[in-house]
Design a protein around this ligand. Structure first.
Ligand SMILES: NCc1[nH]cc(CCC(=O)O)c1CC(=O)O
Length: 311
């Protein structure tokens, strides 16, 4: 198959998204030095809307416009955070994931200008986050802290923190590393304290399914462990069928020896109830592991818990 001369890469235009594109370009330059790349930045509805994401209607607030450019042929390759790609429905018709890049840090970080850790924060400290997953877990572990809504890309949130809109922030370690601001991290939170979201730290490369040349050109960037972990995590979420207000967390990990495990949790918004499951794949394929963990949580009442949350 002949190699494409030019790959037009579409992505959100936030600093984090553009850093992600630069990683893809650098990896592609190593694998396929003959291919030129061009960046097609788009603004998504999730970038524009600074209110409650649930009120935006429907999922995919950070992916819709990027996918549309790919489907329309205005670009050949889309770069997404797996975390932002809805898992309860198929990918947009005519598109496929061609590769998942090697996974970055999956943990969340506390950003506190005074350098304190979560346990050291005084009662009433305002922690800026609009994530129902972070709010529920923080309420469970540190009920004396107060969560205040905080949206916008990571750079914007750091500005809002500096402006005093909150006293501290919770942000993904990987995101801060991508924008070159790991220096603001005051504590990296263990996955026991703050279980990550499905797909944390993984970038997906999405192509048109009939564009075999592009799929072939980028498939070498894929990481097999990231692929297995994404498959297990997204199947888990697909079976669970959450909505935008359901606090769901979980991650698959390829342990030494190569075996995959998946742990996952569902919370009430106040964090007072937690359903918890952890299973090993054994002979199961990743998708079946994801299904099994979802069923384990459904047996514990996850459906009723999720449906009981306003959305
Ligand atoms: N919702 C925005 C978003 N999408 C992906 C990441 C983090 C990077 C990743 O997990 O790939 C972030 C920022 C954050 O949650 O702090």
């Amino acid at each position: 198959m002949s190699e494409p001369e030019l790959l037009r890469i579409v992505s959100r235009s936030s600093p984090m998204a553009l850093a992600q594109v630069e990683r893809v370009r650098a990896e592609l330059a190593r694998h396929r030095p003959g291919i030129r790349t061009e960046v097609v930045p788009v603004t998504t509805s999730g970038d524009r809307w600074m209110g409650d994401l649930a009120k935006l209607g429907g999922k995919g607030a950070f992916t819709k416009e990027v996918d549309a450019a790919l489907v329309a042929g205005e670009a050949d390759l889309a770069v997404h955070c797996v975390k932002d790609v809805p898992a309860d429905r198929p990918l947009p018709a005519g598109t496929v994931f061609a590769a998942f890049l090697e996974r970055d840090d999956i943990r969340d970080a506390l950003v506190h200008p005074g350098g304190l850790t979560l346990d050291q924060l005084p009662a009433g400290t305002r922690v800026g986050t609009s994530s129902v997953r972070r709010v529920a877990q923080l309420a469970a572990s540190h009920p004396q802290l107060e969560c205040v809504p905080m949206r916008g890309n990571a750079n914007r949130r750091l500005e809002k923190l500096a402006d005093g809109e909150a006293d501290a922030l919770l942000l993904a370690v990987s995101g801060l590393e991508r924008i070159g601001r790991a220096d603001v991290i005051s504590e990296v939170l263990s996955t026991e304290v703050m279980c990550p979201p499905i797909g944390a730290g993984i970038l997906a490369l999405q192509c048109r399914e009939d564009d075999a040349a592009t799929i072939e050109a980028v498939s070498g960037l894929g990481d097999p462990a990231a692929h297995r972990e994404t498959t297990a995590e997204r199947m888990f979420l697909h079976v669970l069928q959450g909505h935008c207000n359901s606090p769901i967390a979980g991650y698959a990990r390829t342990e030494r020896g190569g075996e995959l495990s998946l742990r996952a949790k569902v919370f009430t918004p106040d964090g007072k109830r937690v359903l918890n499951a952890h299973e090993w794949a054994g002979p199961l394929d990743p998708a079946t592991l994801g299904t099994s963990v979802a069923v384990a949580l459904l047996r514990q009442g996850a459906r009723e818990l999720i449906d009981g949350i306003a959305h």
